[in-house]
Design a protein. Structure first.
Length: 213
């Protein structure tokens, strides 16, 4: 019973929140050359616009132009507001577009690169809230600075390579000083045969027979 009551209350709260929130529709974006086109339409109106350049950069000016056309009813006369904020960032920028001819314009300048969430609000027959995304690129380095970084990086790599080679040469032990000197072969002294001890009688000549007589 408690579960059923809790589910019913949750459904009622969700329904009330959805009814109180204006309808949110997604802007379609398509890049054409150096221009980013924005399009949206329903049964009552259509919104078309362009962002120039198609890929804005941080710190550089960009221009957004929008046009609201009504399929039925009175022509849209404004106001048209724009809200921009970097994704996952609490800060946001709000602009009211200026009507010039048949279009609405506003200059833009982004402080940081990244993905920005775009929200367009206007009310003709009823309140419309349209959302989209704009990618902002970082500012490229000047050409001279880029070449300086490339040359500096190449020089650093070369210096590290030479330093490593010198370390390897210093770490190799020098060849032995006696390696080039030929050592004469060792002379083995001749081994003298031991002298045989002969008995005195063995070498004496045999006594003469005449002397015995």
């Amino acid at each position: 019973m408690w579960r059923s009551t809790g589910a019913l209350i949750a459904c009622l709260l969700t329904t009330g929140a959805i009814a109180a929130t204006p309808g949110v529709d997604q802007l379609r974006t398509e890049r054409r050359g150096d221009v980013l086109e924005l399009r949206w339409a329903d049964a009552e109106e259509r919104l078309q616009g362009t962002l120039h350049p198609a890929l804005p950069r941080e710190g550089e000016p960009a221009m957004l132009s929008l046009h609201v056309g009504a399929f039925q009813g009175a022509e849209f006369t404004g106001p048209l507001t724009l809200t921009l904020h970097l994704k996952d960032s609490p800060s946001q920028l709000t602009r009211t577009l200026t009507h010039d001819g048949v279009n609405w314009h506003t200059p833009l300048e982004f402080d940081e690169p990244g993905l920005y969430e775009l929200e367009v609000r206007y009310q003709n027959t009823r309140l419309k809230v349209l959302t989209g995304h704009i990618t902002v690129a970082s500012t490229p380095l000047p050409r001279g600075l880029s070449w300086a970084l490339v040359i500096g990086g190449s020089g650093l790599v070369l210096a590290l390579g030479v330093r490593g080679a010198l370390r390897r040469l210093r770490g190799t032990p020098p060849p032995s000083a006696t390696s080039d000197v030929r050592v004469p072969p060792a002379i083995t002294p001749p081994v003298e045969a031991p002298s045989s001890t002969e008995a005195p009688g063995a070498t004496a000549p045999a006594p003469d027979a005449a002397s015995n007589r």
